[in-house]
Design a protein. Structure first.
Length: 448
């Protein structure tokens, strides 16, 4: 553990004691507390009013049984979660993750990060997260539908456009949101567009929402490169994962003049030195739901490395866009040694604490997830705005709004890092700027 202020250390030890075994949650809390030492010196009322202890304790945690039947009639039981973490700035907002690794500690780390991320967007949204240990991989559409219907049959009573607004995350895309929206509508007898985001375009969705997290992360790093009088132009880039965030990160990097030469999934890495064919990846992953290995069937010159480590490939910009803790200390050292100038986290907490330290010590442009990938939730908030106005904006207008939001987040994080004496340390900037706004709202709301 790095040095924590004595009072913050007591708070952290209490978090460890109260939440045993939730290692990802501990990691996310520690990373924020490490930035807050100078903030509590400046604002002693945060300690007096136990704001940090309160932020670390979710307002509400819901855990429920999700029974469903597969195509052969066999019964399966999964576990569903919704953690409503903090509603100081608006209704709880954050995605649902369907992945076999999901347990309470993962949902709490994601929900905790979401509080500060949503604060950074400047939009009226609180923090929450949910999901299930259900694995949609290899399931038929009907099986996924039955699972989603069962999941929503419990979740519906906890959510609503002014209460809690879920969206997608790993394993939850347009198909799953569609099935859940259908079941919500059926149970409540309400066509309530604002209850879920990431909806289909024909029934209340927003243009740019599918693209938003990847585009946003690329915009953030573009701003960080500008500070260094640099740009994506001609840069060799790596993007891990090949899901929603990865695909649109690759697309935007190419639009900004970079060349993305590799992406991955949990089985291996595909390398195309000519630059990845993003339209083919969209077809394989979004339409046909196939594996990234199949890229080679269409581009024989590409290389597939089974169980490969993408971070061993030399690059100038790395955009981790798969999952938590996918870059360890050794990977970070390899990246820096190979000349990496910038790392933009499309994924949530993809770098271990040892890896973060390597990036900060090397003073590369390092955009942590809670700042760099905030474009997804910000565009969800734009979807909510359009739903409230019963309006739909053009792709161009929505993308311009997203780019401005990312520029503002970058500016806020940069200026905060300067104010606290560590210019360019976006970890410090994001944690402090995200925290202060929530803390001030909590002080204003009294002891609730
Ligand atoms: P998808 O399900 O669309 O894609 C996930 C990708 O990451 C897949 O290629 C998957 O490979 C890979 N992956 C997932 N888990 C693992 C693992 N344990 N090991 C190796 N690879 C893995 O999810 P998203 O693209 O939506 O999400 C990716 C990341 O971005 C997550 O960290 C998510 O929290 C974060 N994020 C997403 C947002 C969004 O709007 N969707 C918003 C902000 C952050 P495989 O198919 O083999 O599992």
């Amino acid at each position: 553990m790095s040095k924590l202020d004595e009072k913050l250390e007591t708070i952290y030890n209490d978090v460890l004691k109260r939440n045993p075994g939730e290692t990802e949650f501990h990691q996310a809390v520690l990373e924020v507390l490490e930035s807050l030492g100078p903030v509590v010196v400046k604002n002693p009322q945060y300690l007096e009013r136990k704001i940090i202890e309160r932020i670390c304790e979710p307002e509400r945690q819901i855990i429920f049984r999700v029974p469903w039947q597969d195509d052969k009639g066999n019964v399966h039981i999964n576990r569903g979660f919704r953690v409503e973490f903090n509603s100081s700035l608006g209704p709880y907002k954050g995605g649902l993750r369907f992945h076999p690794s999901v347990y309470l500690g993962i949902i709490k780390f994601l929900g905790f990060e979401q509080i500060f991320k949503n604060s950074l967007t400047g939009m009226p949204i609180g923090g929450g997260k949910g999901g299930s240990d259900f694995d949609p991989k290899g399931k038929s559409d009907d099986e996924v539908m039955r699972f989603c219907q069962s999941f929503m049959t419990e979740l519906y009573r906890h959510i609503g456009e002014h209460t809690d607004v879920p969206a997608g995350d790993i394993g939850v895309g347009g198909r799953e949101i569609g099935y859940m929206f259908g079941q919500y509508k059926r149970i409540t007898n309400r066509w309530e567009a604002g209850v879920l985001t990431g909806k289909g375009l024909k029934w209340g969705g927003s243009l740019v929402r599918p693209d938003a997290t990847g585009y946003g992360a690329t915009f953030f790093i573009n701003e960080a490169l500008k500070v260094r009088k640099d740009s994506f132009d001609g840069k060799t880039c790596l993007v891990s994962g090949s899901g929603n965030v990865a695909i649109y990160t690759i697309e935007k990097i190419h639009q900004l003049g970079g060349k993305c030469i590799a992406c991955s999934d949990s089985n291996g890495v595909i390398v195309d030195e000519k630059g990845l064919d993003v339209e083919l990846i969209k077809q394989l992953k979004e339409v046909e739901r196939r594996r990234i290995q199949d890229y080679q069937t269409y581009h024989k010159h590409a290389k597939y490395i089974a169980s490969g480590n993408i971070w061993d490939i030399p690059c100038q910009v790395a955009m981790p866009s798969a999952t938590q803790n996918e870059i360890n200390g050794k990977d970070a050292m390899t990246l820096v040694k190979n000349g990496c100038l910038a790392v933009g986290e499309g994924a949530n907490m993809p770098t271990t604490p040892e890896g973060v330290k390597v990036f900060l010590d090397a003073k590369i442009a390092y955009g942590p997830g809670k700042a760099a990938n905030a474009g997804g939730v910000a565009t969800s908030a734009l979807e909510m705005q359009q739903n409230a106005q019963r309006d739909s904006w053009t792709f161009e207008d929505t993308e311009v709004k997203l780019e401005h939001i990312m520029q503002n987040i970058h500016k806020l994080c940069y200026e905060t890092s300067e104010e606290y004496g560590a210019p360019g340390n976006y970890v410090l900037g994001a944690n402090i700027a995200g925290f202060v706004k929530v803390a001030d709202a909590m002080v204003a709301h009294g002891l609730v």
